[in-house]
Every structure is written in structure tokens, then in C-alpha cells.
Design a protein around this ligand. Structure first.
Ligand code: SAM
Ligand code: SF4
Length: 324
């Protein structure tokens, strides 16, 4: 397993397939996706070379993300090739769920075995206000379709937003009371383009945790391979609630993931100042050894922690550019 100079191991790669998105989430792409450069995203072959090198370096889980990964027409081909790599146990995807109902079967067939679906509100009107689309029912139908096709590792991502969805506690709790699902509250992160929005809508993760404890939830002990999410459970609820708290002190010490953008830049930190271009090493299979050596060398330079709490958002204008 690859490790950095602080002894952190990296079994998990987040691989962005595209920067494009069909939603207009107010904290991410409020004006919709604007094409600012040609869509020269990694090809199927380049993506497979990249994934193969990371798997050989000990990565066991790859998450396909974006932008909206389901907008890539060749997604099933990419997923089928990656999921068959020996040593990979989980091929996950994070999606806004727009295409989930029609694509659930195809996802299973190409080896996707875990899904995170983003749902910021369970109220159709608010869902539309936040995402720009009146599609909550379609996304919820997509979840049912995924379950029916046998994907049981399902998580819901929900960005908690002051003044927008923080009054939805009763519905969020009802959602996890009787179904075995993990609802993950993500603390809004400040990015290069959302400073004003952040100031208005940031809701602290510690407040979410206090509310959960008041509702009778308790923190599940961390497993040895767990990442930064904290998982809360309660005997009265079949589902669980995860908290992603990027501003908390111990967030970076539990970092277990690397990221590669849709154009093949390795990002050692979500909020780092630099990307490292791996694309020149993705052309041929015989470049694998050099690619693996390069990744190992770059990882040695990963810093201990981000500086997000000091307003340093790094290269990231919005999370659609890197995949969250
Ligand atoms: N389009 C897909 C989706 O929305 O699920 C995948 C990409 S999206 C960038 C990945 C996750 O990042 C989503 O759950 C989204 O809600 C979250 N996200 C985007 N911008 C964020 C921000 N500024 N703070 C916290 N989470 C954010
Ligand atoms: Fe698109 Fe996901 Fe960003 Fe929403 S959060 S705009 S769905 S990339």
C-alpha cells in the first residue's frame, strides 16, 4: 500500500471523468456548467492505464465522480474495464441521480457496486431551488431502481445549508429511521468561487453532531481503514448518519484518498495549490513502471493538512472541477 511521509496509507482513489454537469447546485455551479476548455478528458484507454497503476500501488477502492460522471457516454465501458482490475474490491460512483433510474441495471452490469447519490433536500420545491431541477422524485425512483438491481451499498450525500435545508431535520431523520441507508451530511466547503454563498449558508458540522446526540445517536468507533467521515448510529434507526467535517482538526490526519481530475492531474489534496500532470505517462501500457514511480515520488510531497480554515481554497474554483 502506498503511504506518504506522515504514514498515511491511500487505499482510495477519486477519479473524475468529466467537469461537465447538468445540474446547477447553488453552492457548486450556480450558473450551470460553462465549457471553458475543449472536452479533452482522459480517454477510456488513458483512464484504464491510470486506474491500473493505482491498483498496483495498493488502491482497493475507486470512486468515479465529476462533474456528473453519468454524462460520459462511455461510462459503462470505462467502469467495466476498471472493475475487472485484479485487486480492486469497490468501484463506487457519486452521482446527482439524474440518470439513475434508467441506468441502474447497466451500472450493475459494468461492475459498479457502491453508489453515493446527492440529495440536498427531501422537499421537491427546495430540491429544485438548490439544484435547478424539479427532479427529486426521479432521483428517489433511481435509488429504488439501484436497490432493485442489487446495489445495497448506497449513501446519500446532503450538504447542510443554513437557511435552506436546515429545517428539514424531521424528514432527514424519518428517511433513515426505517431503511438501511447511510445519510451523509457534508459541511459546506469554501471554494474559489463561493465565498459569499459560504458566508451566508455555512452550517457547522459540530452543530449537526450536537443535534444528532440530542436525538439519541452515538458515534460508532472508527475502523482501521475508515476515512474522514464520522458515522453516527442509534438503536432506534435502521440507517446511519455520516458527517463529513472538513474544518475539524482531525480531518486531514485520517485522509486516505487521492484525486485525479478528468484531464489527468493528480491532486494530493482537495484544497492543494498544485496539480501534477500524469497524462504524459498514460499513453502506453509500457509506461506503467514510470507512472507508479512518479505517483510514489509525488505522494512523498503531500502536505500534512489543508489551510481551508485560513481561507486558502487552493486551485479549486468549485468541486465540479475536481469531483468533491
Ligand atoms: N455531480 C455529482 C454529485 O453531485 O453527486 C458528483 C460530483 S459532486 C462535486 C460530489 C459531491 O460534492 C456532491 O455530493 C456535492 O453535493 C458535493 N459538493 C459540491 N460542492 C460542495 C461544496 N462547496 N461543499 C461541500 N460539498 C460540496
Ligand atoms: Fe453538478 Fe454535482 Fe456540482 Fe451539483 S454538486 S452542480 S450535481 S457537480
Amino acid at each position: 500500500m502506498i503511504t506518504d511521509s506522515f504514514g498515511r496509507a491511500f487505499p482510495y482513489l477519486r477519479l473524475s471523468l468529466t467537469e461537465a454537469c447538468n445540474f446547477r447546485c447553488t453552492y457548486c455551479l450556480p450558473d450551470g456548467y460553462k465549457k471553458t476548455a475543449p472536452h479533452d478528458f482522459l480517454t477510456v484507454q488513458e483512464t484504464v492505464h491510470l486506474a491500473q497503476a493505482f491498483v498496483r500501488l495498493g488502491v482497493q477502492k475507486i470512486r468515479l465522480t465529476g462533474g456528473e460522471p453519468s454524462l460520459r457516454r462511455d461510462l459503462p465501458t470505462i467502469a467495466a474495464a476498471i472493475s475487472s482490475l485484479p485487486g480492486l474490491s469497490t468501484l463506487a460512483m457519486t452521482t446527482n441521480g439524474y440518470n439513475l433510474k434508467s441506468m441502474a441495471k447497466a451500472y450493475v452490469q459494468c461492475g459498479i457496486n457502491a453508489l453515493n447519490v446527492s440529495i440536498d433536500s427531501l422537499d421537491p420545491k427546495k430540491f429544485e431551488l438548490i439544484t435547478g431541477h424539479n427532479k427529486l422524485h426521479m432521483v428517489l425512483d433511481g435509488l429504488d431502481a439501484a436497490r432493485a438491481e442489487g446495489i445495497h451499498r448506497l449513501k446519500i450525500n446532503c450538504v447542510m445549508l443554513k437557511g435552506l435545508n436546515d429545517d428539514e431535520w424531521p424528514s432527514f431523520l424519518a428517511f433513515v429511521r426505517n431503511q438501511k441507508i447511510s445519510l451523509r451530511f457534508i459541511e459546506l466547503m469554501r471554494t474559489g468561487e463561493n465565498a459569499e454563498y459560504f458566508a451566508r449558508h455555512h452550517y457547522s458540522a459540530s452543530e449537526i453532531e450536537r443535534r444528532l446526540v440530542r436525538e439519541g445517536f452515538h458515534l460508532k468507533p472508527r475502523g482501521p481503514n475508515d476515512g474522514p467521515a464520522k458515522e453516527y448510529v442509534s438503536p432506534d434507526f435502521k440507517g446511519s448518519i455520516g458527517i463529513i467535517a472538513p474544518y475539524s482538526r482531525d480531518f486531514c490526519t485520517t485522509c486516505n484518498r487521492l484525486r485525479v481530475t478528468a484531464r489527468g492531474q493528480l491532486r494530493l489534496c482537495l484544497f492543494g495549490e498544485f496539480g501534477h500532470d500524469l497524462r504524459p505517462l498514460l499513453m502506453h501500457h509500457h509506461q506503467q513502471a514510470e507512472l507508479m514511480t512518479t505517483i510514489r515520488r509525488l505522494l512523498a510531497g503531500k502536505s500534512a493538512a489543508h489551510q481551508l480554515q485560513n481561507g486558502v481554497t487552493g486551485l479549486t474554483p468549485h468541486l465540479a472541477s475536481i469531483g468533491g
